[in-house]
Design a protein around this ligand. Sequence first.
Ligand code: 4AD
Ligand code: MG
Length: 457
Amino acid sequence: ILPPTIRQLLSGSATDVRVKVNGWVQSVRRQKNVTFAVISDGSSTQGLQAVIRDGSLAEVLTNGASVSLGGTLTHSLGKGQDKELRVEEVQVVGECDPATYPIQKQALTMEYLRDNCHFRARTSRISEMLRLRATSSDAFQKFFNSLGFCYVHTPIVTSSDCEGAGETFRVISAISDLSSEKDTDKPSEFFGHPAYLTVSSQLHLEALATALSRVYTLSPCFRAERSQTSRHLSEFWMLEAEWAFTQTVNDVCSVVEAAVKDGITKTQAHSRTFAEGPSSPRILEYLHTASSTAPWTRLSYTDAVSELSKYQASARKFQFEPAWGKPLQSEHERWLAEELVKAPVFVTDYPASLKPFYMRLNDDDKTVACFDLLVPHLGELAGGSLREERSELLNNALERQELDKAQYGWYTELRKYGGAPHGGFGLGFERFISWISGVENVRECIAVPRWAGRMLL
Ligand code: 4AD
Ligand code: MG
């Protein structure tokens, strides 16, 4: 139905055929009798080399212009490419003034590209990252489908705060609510109801898991948190799965481990492309270790704190004193994964006081059946738990965390009618992309990033 992309032309076997290529001019090199231009259509990191012998045709090519080139695809004798296009026809589709074009040839800083993120996917690094997102989401979907999970879509506008941490954005509509006769300038909430952008699809997935048994989704999530680190976005995507009739945190960890290992394997070709950068050997090494270490270490929070305390007593390297009952700081998380285990590690059974209301209380009455997955050179990649399926204990947890029980009425009802032990997890999609590509900031792992204080388009 559509003509081949440049990736398809470059990987296909046909040569000495007439083709038409649409794309954007990435570079132009003019010599005395011939001009070389690189044309990209975003389908691969490698553009197509166009060779133009007719000076009048070459004249109109400028960086950034969109063009349609007709010519013959032939074997290339030059270095760096197998094929090239001998150009016979040039049509400039959209002009581009090279003097003022924001994407210049010289190296552009990340900060500059963030300021111009409506153009930045035209750089090979960002377009490669977007293709990596597509490959990764495809890999995760195949993985969960193969285990009998159903891919579902959960709401973005919700009536409750899934994590109960008060980090929600509230939804305000531009019209006044239905009870007033005519629109006033006064904006209202969602037709008179308090509404929030989702922080996680988990609660809705739990409802669906009590019907479809195994469900997953890849969905945007929104968090009004102040963190401005290289790991935090205000709008990010989360891969979440939830399934019924699972009994132990170990079982949940096993699914996460298999999904992440499969994700690493299926994206290897991309990781290699990214790895051509300066941090290359390191990325390939930690990914190799992660995908070949079987199985990943599982360490209780209590044991983790005792290891951290021992190390702190001897080396005094941490800024924050590790202590039972306190959250693990990112310096602690990195040390556990990078120094102690030297591979991904599941830290399980945190104190209930540190975790959201929905996690299942352990028999010790102090800890909950949960895990955080910590990986070298990133920190927390995923988190999950068994969910509290016992009505009374769930009510206690809501009370203890001073949450509005009415908001969670439908959620507690799931326990009353045909409840079943169940569990699940959430994995930060941009963090996964950052980890497997070595692109250090999640702001470069999403097409249009939003973070505390920043929203351009
Ligand atoms: O640990 P979190 O907050 O867990 C949940 O939301 C659970 N309800 C998930 C579940 O069990 N279904 O978030 C899960 C993951 C984190 O491990 C992290 O990778 C990512 O989501 N994440 C963020 N990624 C980018 N920016 C942020 N602000 C993030 N907050 C969490
Ligand atoms: Mg977490």
